[in-house]
Design a protein around this ligand. Sequence first.
Ligand SMILES: NC(=O)c1ccc[n+]([C@@H]2O[C@H](COP(=O)([O-])OP(=O)(O)OC[C@H]3O[C@@H](n4cnc5c(N)ncnc54)[C@H](OP(=O)(O)O)[C@@H]3O)[C@@H](O)[C@H]2O)c1
Length: 256
Amino acid sequence: MSSLELSSGHAIPLLGLGTWQMRGQQCAEVVQMALEMGYRHVDTAHMYANQVEVGAGLRASGVAPDEVFVTTKIWPDSLGYDQVHRQFDECMEMLALDYVDLLLIHHPNEDVPLAETLGAFDEIAASGRARSIGVSNFSPAQVDVARAAASAPIVNNQVELHVGYCDANFLAHSQRAGVTVTAHRPLARGDLAGAGTLADIGAAHGKTAAQVALRWVVQQGIIAIPKASSEQHLRANMDIWDWALSEEEMGRLNAV
Ligand SMILES: NC(=O)c1ccc[n+]([C@@H]2O[C@H](COP(=O)([O-])OP(=O)(O)OC[C@H]3O[C@@H](n4cnc5c(N)ncnc54)[C@H](OP(=O)(O)O)[C@@H]3O)[C@@H](O)[C@H]2O)c1
């Protein structure tokens, strides 16, 4: 699986499994199935209330924890210094891991100074319990403030991004800042599956509209974390590596 190098020096797989709204035993089973299939990146958050199951799925898969890139996130109501430490401790207890690969601020909260939040994030990074730190749903201006406030590099910004919802200025800023981008909702929550341009382009490659949507993301060096809960969807979403969209097709998709 292709990966990107983060400014912390660690690598992040370009494809991961999203787990929002996956709960209970089903979540554990899907995580296990995905890892057995070859996924090596799982996205969760304190807010998803599924970290116990994500950790259980990981262990049931038999894949060594250090081979799986795990992201978790601190919810915006817990961005004060003590609250970050408390919520992060809860995450680690629920996941039952020694460290996570990436710890993100889930959403900005203008009521808490970023320097306070990132002071706690820096300590967690320095302790080795989060290998890298980053943000989610941050504007370019907020990313700049975060980069100035943190000692550890802000390696990633996880934002909503899919065909038809992508800001070229945002991507250019992220690239200049050395901040990788993760596309959440890369399938627009499933709405893309029927979209005409995607289906037309997919037909030329023997692929589905959803596979075209994911290929369009990763071909730009953007990380994609589609959520899928069936074996069929999990397999389809992995089948995006041994083919490519032409420049003309990328242009048509950029224009959607
Ligand atoms: N940082 C944030 O604020 C934030 C916000 C939203 C999401 N996220 C993260 O991003 C992940 C993905 O976003 P999302 O779950 O909202 O939406 P999404 O990944 O864009 O779409 C998920 C939907 O697409 C369907 N699907 C998956 N693979 C498919 C395929 N090959 N063909 C057709 N349909 C397919 C899924 O169905 P099945 O479940 O039936 O397979 C599900 O209904 C989340 O799970 C979460 O980890 C982060």
